[in-house]
Design a protein around this ligand. Structure first.
Ligand code: ATP
Ligand code: MG
Length: 174
C-alpha cells in the first residue's frame, strides 16, 4: 500500500498535545520509519522526552528557541531568528525526503506569538512530499492551518492537576 502522508494538528488548552505527537513518533519508529522532531520555543535540553528519544534509532531531534520562557511582551529578535531556523530545518527535510514523519512541536505557539508568519507555514506545507506526514502541535492553531490539515484534534482541559497547585512533575510534564 502506498504511504499517504497526512497533515495532523494537535491544538487546544488541555494537556496532551506534545505527548500525542511523541506517541505518533514512537509508532512511526516501530513501523520502521524515520522521524524528525523540530521543537519551537524550547531551548531546554534537559526534557526527559529527549533522553527517551535517544534510545530510538531513526528519531532525530532539533531544538530551537532560547533557554528561557517567552512571553508576548519580551520577544527578542533572537527568538524570531531561532523560530525561522526551525522552519528552515523543516523546509530542508521536505527537500531531502529522508523522514516519513516530521513533528513541528509548538509551531502553533510560535505563530501565535508572532515569531513566524502564519503565511510562511501555509506556504511551507504546500511543499510537503506526498508520502510524508507532518504533525504540528501547540495551543491556538490558526483557522487557516485547521483548514489546510487532514486531521485536527483539539485537546480540551476538563481538569488539570496544576489547578490543585501540583507543580510540573518529572516524567509527566518534562
Ligand atoms: P504535554 O507536553 O504534557 O503533552 P501539551 O503539549 O498539551 O502538554 P503545552 O500547551 O505545550 O501542553 O503546555 C506545556 C506545559 O504546560 C506542559 O507541561 C503541560 O503539562 C502544561 N499544561 C498543559 N495544559 C495545561 C493546562 N490546561 N493548565 C496548566 N498547565 C498545562
Ligand atoms: Mg506542548
Amino acid at each position: 500500500m502506498e504511504q499517504h502522508g497526512l497533515v495532523m494538528v494537535y491544538t487546544g488548552n488541555g494537556k496532551g498535545k506534545t505527548t500525542a505527537a511523541l506517541g505518533l513518533g514512537l509508532r512511526a519508529i516501530g513501523a520502521g520509519q524515520r522521524v524528525l522532531l523540530v521543537q519551537f520555543m524550547k531551548g531546554d535540553p534537559t526534557y526527559s522526552e529527549l533522553k527517551g528519544i535517544a534510545y530510538l534509532p531513526g528519531f532525530e531531534v532539533v531544538q530551537t528557541g532560547l533557554h528561557h520562557w517567552v512571553t508576548k511582551e519580551t520577544i527578542s529578535l533572537l527568538d524570531k531568528t531561532e523560530a525561522q531556523r526551525g522552519l528552515n530545518i523543516a523546509r530542508n527535510a521536505f527537500v531531502e525526503e529522508r523522514h516519513e514523519l516530521v513533528i513541528l512541536d509548538e509551531l502553533n505557539c510560535a505563530i501565535d506569538y508572532g515569531l513566524i508568519p502564519e503565511a510562511d507555514v501555509l506556504e511551507l506545507l504546500t511543499h510537503r512530499p506526498q508520502f510524508m506526514s507532518v504533525c504540528i502541535t501547540g495551543r491556538g492553531a490558526p483557522a487557516s492551518l485547521l483548514e489546510a490539515a487532514d486531521m485536527v484534534s483539539e485537546v480540551t482541559e476538563v481538569k488539570h492537576h496544576f489547578r490543585q497547585g501540583i507543580p510540573a512533575q518529572k516524567g509527566i510534564e518534562f
